[in-house]
Design a protein around this ligand. Structure first.
Ligand code: H79
Length: 577
C-alpha cells in the first residue's frame, strides 16, 4: 500500500515521530481489551430484570436508568478478592497478545484506580481498597505486555455534568466544560502520571468540539508524547484526530484501508461480564478473524469481561489459550507483517513480510492448490511454515501462481504456507470485468488510490475515499468493456454543506465530465447522483478516474462509488450514434 509512504511524508512535515511512534502498534497486531467495573457485579441483571439479548452488560445502568444513589450503593459491594494481576498479564502473553487495554473508567463513571479527583473509585469506594490499574500495569511490565488504558472522556452517568445520565440530572443544567475541567481531564492526568509509560489511551464515543478533543490530545502529548491516541478521541467531524482509527465496535472492513487502524471485538456478545451470555466464539473463529484483520493491515483488540470476584470466565481463558497455541507456532505470519496486496481468496487470506507471502488456508482447496491470483511477482519457492525444509511444488497456469499443498496435516483454524516471491509482493492492476448487460460497480475500496486520496471507513462501518483535495489525489479503476454502448453514469457520495460547490472530474475512455459536488446532509449521509449518459465506445481496456478538478481547501467529498449501468433498448444495449 502506498499509505505508509504518505504517512511518512506527513510525519516528516508535521511531527517528529509519527511513524516511529506507530512502530510497536503495527508490529504487535493483537491486544487484550479488559472491560471491568461495578457493572460486573450486576452481570446483566438488575432487580430481576435481565439486559435484553444483544445488549451490552456494561450499559446496564443506563438501560434500566438505575439511580446514581442505587448504583453507587451497589458499587460498594465490588470486592474482587480473587483478582490476580499476574494471571491477566500471563493470559495475555499466553494468547500471543502484546498489549492490554483496561477500562480505567467506563461510562458509569467509576474509576478502577486510586483517584484523588473523585472518591468514586476502587480504592476509596470498595472494601477491596487495591489499585487495579497499578497492579495490572506492574504485572504487564513483568510479562512484557504493553499496558494501556481505556478512559471514557465524555460519557459519565455518575457526574452531574457528564454525558448520558438524563434520569438523575437535567440535561439543560449540565455544565460539560466543568466536567472536563474538574473530572475528565484531571483523571486523565492522573493516569498519565502515576502508572508509568502507557502504550495508548483508548477514548470512546468522541466529543463535541475539536477544541475539546485537542485538550485531551495536548495533555497526552505533554505528559507522554509516545503514548498513542485512538481515533475516538474526536467525533465524526474531527477527521483523523488521534494516531489511528478504530472500526466500529465488532466491525470488520471489507477491504484494506490507507490508514492505521484497529478493531475492538468481543469474545461473546458483551464487553462487561454477563452471566447470561454463553455465545463464545471458537478459537478457529478468533484466529481467522485475526488473520482477516491483519491481512487488511489492522490490529485486533479482543475483549475479556472479568467477573466481579476478579476471575476471568473459564470459556474465555480456554479460547485464549488455544489461540495462543496457534500463535506460538504461527506468530511469524502475524507479527510484523503488513497487508496483503492481492486481496481475498476463496481458500483464505494472506499476510506479507519482505518477500514472504504467508498464505493462510482456512480450508483445503478441492484441487489441492492454493491459487494466488493477481500477483505480479515471480515465485521463488514455497513451504509449510511448520516444515521449512520440505519444499512444496509451485505451479503456474494461465499466468496464475499456485502452491500444491499436502493432503494431510491441516490445522482446524489456519494452515500457513509460505510463498517466497522475487521482490516485494505486488498486485497486478485489478481488472473490472462485466457480464452481459451487467453494470460496472466501481467502489472506492476496490479502486487504486494515488496522491493523498485515502481509503477510510466510517464509524457506521461503511467505506469512502477521503482526504483528497487536489487533482493528483485520484481513484482509478481498470475496466474491461465487453459490452460497448451507452451507459448511465451515477456517483454516490456524502458531502457536508461546507463542501458543496467544489468541482470534480470523471475521466473515462477519453471523455471528461466535470461536475459539481452537492451537499447530501449530515455526516455519512450518502446519496446517489445521476451524472448523465456516457458512451463506452469500444471493447477492451478502459481506465476510469475520479478526482478533484482543482486544488481546494478541504476534502472534496466522501466518495463511495461510481456505477455504469448499461442502457438497454428492448433487451439490447443502446445503439452507438
Ligand atoms: O466499551 C464498549 C462499549 O460499551 C462502548 N464501546 C465498546 C468498546 C460503546 N459506547 N457506545 N457504544 C458502544 C455504542 C452504543 C450503543 C448503544 Fe446500546 C445502543 C447504547 C444503547 C443502545 C448497546 C446496545 C448498548 C446498549 C444497547
Amino acid at each position: 500500500m502506498k499509505s505508509f509512504a504518505v504517512f511518512a511524508l506527513l510525519a516528516a512535515a508535521n511531527c517528529v515521530c509519527a511513524q516511529d511512534k506507530m512502530e510497536w502498534f503495527t508490529h504487535d497486531k493483537f491486544g487484550m481489551f479488559v472491560h471491568w467495573g461495578p457493572y460486573s457485579v450486576l452481570a446483566g441483571e438488575w432487580k430481576g430484570q435481565r439486559t435484553p439479548a444483544g445488549d451490552e452488560a456494561e450499559w446496564i445502568m443506563q438501560r434500566f436508568n438505575i439511580p446514581v444513589k442505587d448504583y453507587r450503593e451497589m458499587a460498594h459491594t465490588l470486592n474482587p478478592v480473587k483478582f490476580d494481576a499476574n494471571a491477566y498479564a500471563k493470559l495475555a502473553r499466553a494468547a500471543g497478545m502484546k498489549y492490554l487495554v483496561l477500562t480505567a473508567k467506563h461510562h458509569d463513571g467509576f474509576a478502577m484506580y486510586d483517584s484523588k479527583v473523585s472518591d468514586y473509585n476502587i480504592v476509596k469506594w470498595t472494601p477491596f481498597r487495591r489499585d487495579i490499574v497499578k497492579e495490572l500495569s506492574e504485572a504487564c511490565k513483568r510479562e512484557g505486555i504493553r499496558f494501556c488504558v481505556y478512559y471514557s472522556h465524555r460519557e459519565d452517568w455518575d457526574d452531574p455534568n457528564g454525558y448520558g445520565n438524563h434520569w438523575d440530572y437535567d440535561p439543560a443544567k449540565k455544565d460539560f466544560d466543568k466536567y472536563l475541567r474538574e473530572k475528565s481531564l484531571p483523571q486523565l492526568r492522573e493516569l498519565l502520571t502515576n502508572y508509568g509509560p502507557l502504550g495508548l489511551i483508548w477514548f470512546d464515543r468522541g466529543i463535541d468540539t475539536t477544541a475539546q478533543a485537542k485538550q485531551f490530545i495536548n495533555l497526552v502529548h505533554e505528559l507522554q508524547p509516545k503514548c498513542l491516541i485512538n481515533g475516538r478521541v474526536g467525533n465524526y467531524a474531527h477527521e483523523l484526530l488521534g494516531d489511528y482509527q478504530n472500526m466500529n465496535d465488532n466491525g470488520m472492513p471489507t477491504g484494506g484501508l490507507d490508514e492505521y487502524w484497529e478493531t475492538p471485538q468481543t469474545l461473546n456478545g458483551t464487553w462487561g461480564y454477563s452471566k447470561f451470555d454463553e455465545q463464545w466464539k471458537t478459537p478457529a473463529n478468533v484466529i481467522q478473524r485475526m488473520v482477516e484483520i491483519v491481512s487488511k493491515g489492522g490490529n485486533y483488540l479482543l475483549n475479556i469481561g472479568p467477573k466481579a470476584d476478579g476471575t476471568i470466565p473459564a470459556p474465555s481463558v480456554a479460547v485464549m489459550e488455544q489461540v495462543g497455541a496457534w500463535m506460538q507456532k504461527n506468530g511469524e505470519s502475524i507479527y510484523g507483517t503488513s497487508a496483503c496486496p492481492v486481496g481475498q481468496f476463496p481458500w483464505g487470506r494472506c499476510t506479507v513480510k519482505g518477500g514472504n507471502m504467508y498464505l493462510h488456508a482456512f480450508q483445503k482447496p478441492a484441487d489441492g492448490v492454493l491459487w494466488v491470483g493477481g500477483l505480479k511477482n515471480e515465485a521463488a519457492s514455497a513451504h509449510l511454515l511448520q516444515a521449512p525444509g520440505q519444499k512444496l511444488e509451485v505451479v503456474r497456469q494461465d499466468g496464475v501462481t499456485g502452491v500444491r499443498v499436502p493432503a494431510q496435516g491441516w490445522d482446524a483454524a489456519s494452515t500457513v504456507v509460505v510463498l517466497v516471491v522475487k521482490g516485494k509482493p505486488e498486485a497486478e492492476p485489478e481488472l473490472m470485468t462485466q457480464g452481459s448487460d451487467s453494470p460496472f460497480h466501481l467502489t472506492g475500496i476496490r479502486g487504486e488510490t494515488s496522491g493523498q486520496a485515502m481509503k477510510r471507513f466510517n464509524r457506521d462501518g461503511s467505506f469512502h475515499i477521503g482526504r483528497w483535495t487536489k487533482p493528483e489525489d485520484q481513484v482509478r479503476w481498470n475496466l474491461v468493456v465487453s459490452q460497448p454502448g451507452k451507459y448511465h453514469l451515477r456517483v454516490r457520495y456524502a458531502a457536508r454543506p461546507e463542501w458543496a460547490g467544489r468541482k470534480f472530474v470523471v475521466e473515462l475512455g477519453g471523455q471528461r465530465l466535470e461536475k459539481t459536488v452537492e451537499a447530501t446532509g449530515d455526516w455519512y449521509q450518502y446519496k446517489a447522483f445521476d451524472l448523465g449518459v456516457v458512451t463506452l465506445a469500444a471493447k477492451g481496456a478502459m481506465p476510469v478516474v475520479i478526482r478533484p478538478a482543482a486544488a481546494g481547501p478541504e476534502n472534496l467529498m466522501y466518495f463511495e462509488s461510481l456505477t455504469l449501468e448499461p442502457i438497454t433498448v428492448s433487451g439490447r444495449l443502446g445503439r452507438l450514434d
